[in-house]
Design a protein around this ligand. Structure first.
Ligand code: XMP
Length: 613
């Protein structure tokens, strides 16, 4: 659903905040709240052309000098009260315009065509058929080809002067254009990989239609980002929270490189929510250079979390606690008087799922986006050099900066740490028998469509096979069982080992305690060590280990293994594990008396998220 929140761009790279940008980009991407808006800008840059993202209602005069404009897709309907719109004069500037998905609807609506609410949406793959007409946008692409759609509304009548250039079986206006006036629009998404000739189409727009020259070289992005760091910092210094993770390390190094070691300082906060050995790793990696100090804050984080069970509340408390520590350090060190700003390693997906772009829905509040931080962002006191990049790009930038694999190849680890892997339950409960397994009254966060879900888990009694067949079955089960009602669930796990059958187990009322964190840390350390030794670590992108309050007798917690494969964390596949490794892992975990069982999460993202929360 759309939110009325204004776009609050974290960094000049994307959003020209306060007019600070290095040079006008050739292509302006107007953000109407789509999950893929920045992907469009990224694809254009990959084609060698500079591009920037702007709020959709940016005044036309700010776009003076651009060679082309793209209106992104978005979750709204043009008929919604608060749906994003454009400054009309953008369309009259004589610059070619390409509308994608919602962008097509908006263009149609503003230019006198007709958009209707679709009866049923079209989501996923579709076959595009070209019409037998000349199209500048679709020139040189195959007559039949695969594209990717995600829409409900549809253009039923293009504006006067337009011709239809392609259709699909459910969409008669899959591509339309009025090449005389320079207007182009597609219902499908050329920016996603599933649109086979998407890049070709974007190149047609960039080079043939807009006449762009190649002016962007990914190899230069470091110097560009560093120019922007220097601009944002002015004569101030940058104070950083580092976690030892890839993002904050790369962001820190970019600032260090840009401003020199006299002007950049880091603090690592030991929240008590870190993995085993992590603080030591940071000590060895950074603290040795005197650039980062370590702040022991375990007690204050744990006492702030006392009694808290709700996932979003956990995240807010942790984020605010970070702000408090930061304020304290700033005060202690006399870093006031406008001499310092805060640096963060936020990357692009963090802001999307936090609802941090103009109108995206909130799935989880990232700890870098709690209100205290938001205030600093609004006051221009934050620099986030990676806010426009995806994880794979961050790794590439890190490599270009000369960082080694021991830093860059680490699995992502979330800022709120083990707190979001230590599941809590409000009250005691028992598993309910369902046709396919047992419904556990433990809720975890997931993502359905563009919205958040928070629902129980279905546990299968079967041992997970290596061929991934249970993963496929899990998707089916969630699709069937994810509707409303008491038996709805958003995740499926398989049983690897268990002291008691599920029928005899219960969910215990539980919160985050020192003891449960220790248990989780020990289990996580065993899993990490075994993954490293077996080489399985290289097979996965990330491997969260989750503690759930399920058990019997004195063994009141169980472990869920969540190995996933992903490119950018936005979507993920649950990865089947070799049976031998799984059995060995389970037997080492079950040697811990407090652990009642071991489960494997079979759920892809969507419908599950990577973390359970
Ligand atoms: P989800 O659970 O949303 O996670 O599918 C996607 C990726 O983001 C990581 N993650 C975070 N990283 N701070 C971070 O630095 C956070 O608050 C946060 N929440 C999730 C998660 O580990 C996964 O890689």
């Amino acid at each position: 659903m759309p939110s009325a929140k204004p776009s609050s761009p974290p960094f000049v790279f994307c959003c020209n905040q306060k007019g600070k940008f290095v040079s006008p980009s050739q292509i302006a991407v107007l953000d109407t709240g789509g999950q893929y808006c920045h992907l469009i800008a990224r694809k254009i840059r990959e084609a060698g052309v500079s591009s920037e993202v702007w709020p959709s209602d940016v005044p036309a005069e700010k776009l003076r000098g651009v060679k082309g404009i793209i209106i992104s897709g978005g979750p709204c309907s043009v008929y919604d009260d608060e749906s994003p719109t454009l400054d009309r004069s953008v369309l009259e500037a004589g610059v070619p315009v390409l509308g994608i998905c919602y962008g097509q609807h908006l263009l149609t609506h503003l230019l006198g065509g007709d958009v209707r609410k679709g009866d049923k949406g079209e989501f996923g793959l579709a076959l595009l058929d070209l019409e037998k007409v000349d199209s500048r946008l679709l020139a040189g692409i195959a007559t039949h080809q695969q594209v990717w759609m995600s829409h409900r509304d549809v253009t039923v009548a293009p504006p006067p002067g337009f011709q239809i250039t392609a259709t699909t079986t459910t969409c008669t206006t899959a591509a339309i254009e009025d090449s005389t006036r320079g207007y182009y629009a597609v219902q499908f998404h050329p920016e996603v990989v599933h649109t086979v000739e998407g890049e070709h189409i974007l190149r047609n727009f960039l080079f043939d239609i807009c006449g762009c020259a190649k002016d962007w070289d990914a190899g230069q992005r470091i110097s560009l980002v560093q120019d922007q760091i220097r601009q944002r910092a002015g004569d101030r210094k940058i104070f950083f929270f580092v976690s030892g993770g890839v993002d904050s390390t790369v962001a820190f190094m970019l600032c260090l490189d840009a401003l020199g070691s006299e002007r950049v300082r880091g603090v690592y906060v030991d929240t008590g929510l870190m993995r085993e050995g992590e603080t030591q790793f940071v000590r060895e990696t950074f603290a040795g250079f005197g650039l980062v100090r370590i702040e022991e804050c375990e007690e204050e984080f744990l006492s702030a979390l006392e009694g808290v069970r709700e996932p979003e509340l956990k995240r807010h408390i942790i984020g605010e606690q970070f702000v408090r520590v930061q304020e304290r350090i700033i005060e202690q060190q006399g870093l006031l008087n406008g001499k310092w700003i805060l640096g963060q390693g936020t990357i692009y997906p963090d802001t999307i799922e936090s609802g941090g772009t103009a109108r995206a829905a909130t799935i989880k509040t990232h700890h870098n986006r709690v209100p205290g931080i938001q205030k600093l962002i609004d006051a221009g006191l934050i620099v986030e050099p990676l806010a426009d990049f995806y994880k794979d790009e961050v790794r590439t930038i890190g490599r270009e900066l000369g960082l080694g694999p021991q830093l860059l190849d680490r699995h992502p680890f979330p800022g709120p740490g083990l707190a979001i892997r230590c599941l809590c339950a409000d009250s005691e409960g028992v598993a309910t028998k369902m046709p396919d397994g047992w419904l556990l009254p433990i809720r975890s966060v997931g993502v359905l469509g563009d919205s958040r879900s928070y629902a129980p888990v279905l546990a299968l009694e079967a041992f997970p096979s290596e061929d991934g067949s249970l993963q496929a079955e899990a998707t089916e089960l969630v699709n069937r069982g994810s509707g409303a009602g008491p038996s709805a669930f958003n995740r499926v796990v398989a049983t690897v080992a268990s002291r008691e059958p599920l029928a005899h187990q219960r969910v215990f009322a539980s919160t985050i305690t020192h003891g449960r964190l220790e248990l989780l840390r020990a289990a996580d350390s065993i899993v990490r060590e075994m993954c490293l030794e077996s080489g399985f670590e290289k097979e996965v992108w990330q491997f969260p280990v989750v503690l759930i309050p399920l058990g019997a007798g004195e063994s009141r917690d169980s472990i869920v293994l969540r190995p996933i494969r992903s490119v950018d964390g936005m979507t993920a596949d649950s990865v089947p594990m070799p049976s031998d490794l799984l059995r060995d892992m389970a037997s080492r975990l079950m040697a811990i008396p407090e652990i009642a069982g071991v489960y494997l999460d079979l759920t892809h993202k969507p419908p599950g998220t990577i973390e359970w929360e």
